[in-house]
Design a protein around this ligand. Structure first.
Ligand SMILES: C[S@@+](CC[C@H](N)C(=O)[O-])C[C@H]1O[C@@H](n2cnc3c(N)ncnc32)[C@H](O)[C@@H]1O
Length: 207
């Protein structure tokens, strides 16, 4: 493995195995065959759990990282939960300009990287899922999107994660009485504070 690959991964994995635990929790409730991770940077933790992941990022360091295919494979294979023939690919692109077959992925991942649901939902199969955290407003955007239905809340507890699938109506209730609109979200680029917060949400694509 190239030294730069190890360095980038060590920084990404500075809370050791945190993302592994996140995707492991998600993998307990869904079993996506193909995953699209837009704005992934060098977070290859989905490949510890899911058999085929397409990573997308516009950052040059992410490209350098994925260019070291042998090194990235080594990282993925370091976890015995990874599929023996785990497949991955990297697209060095703006996720708003992707050209991929529509409705071809089972899971779309959006973590700390902007309004991915806006640009990439078309690539998600009907019945597929969006894993999204609230930080940049993308969870709030998905909650307004008629193509999505909330299917789970990802709770972070004592360094681990679990996906709750009951009483989902308690989630995504804004603390303030301001009307949440697309315009508001795009103008602020910020998440919404909810009365019952969750680390992330799982939405099912229903339309
Ligand atoms: C804060 S990092 C989060 C990385 C990763 N999702 C994680 O949670 O560890 C945001 C990443 O999104 C990428 N990004 C932001 N906007 C993007 C766009 N329009 N197209 C591709 N990548 C983008 C950035 O290059 C950066 O690597």
């Amino acid at each position: 493995m190239q030294e730069i690959t190890q360095k980038l991964w060590d920084k990404q994995n500075q809370h050791p195995d945190d993302r592994f635990r996140l995707f492991r929790a998600v993998g307990k409730v869904i079993a996506p065959k193909s995953v699209l991770y837009a704005g992934s940077y060098v977070d290859v933790a989905p490949s510890f759990i899911f058999p085929n992941v397409t990573y997308v990022d516009m950052d040059r360091r992410a490209k350098r990282f994925f260019d070291d295919e042998v090194g990235v494979k080594e990282i993925i294979k370091s976890k015995d939960t990874a599929a023996p023939n785990a497949q991955f690919s990297f697209i060095h692109s703006d996720y708003a300009k992707l050209s991929l077959p529509e409705q071809s992925f089972d899971l779309l991942i959006s973590l700390y990287a902007g309004f991915i649901s806006e640009y990439c939902t078309k690539f998600l199969k009907l019945g597929g899922h969006l894993l999204v955290n609230p930080s940049h407003g993308d969870a709030a955007l998905a909650s307004l999107d008629e193509r999505y239905q909330l299917a789970g809340a990802v709770i972070s507890e004592s360094g681990d994660y679990r996906v709750v699938q009951t009483n989902l109506a308690d989630y995504l209730q804004p603390k303030k009485t301001v009307e949440i609109t697309r315009e508001l979200l795009f103008s602020t680029n910020r998440g919404v504070a909810y009365t019952r917060p969750a680390f992330a949400y799982l939405f099912e694509r229903v339309a």
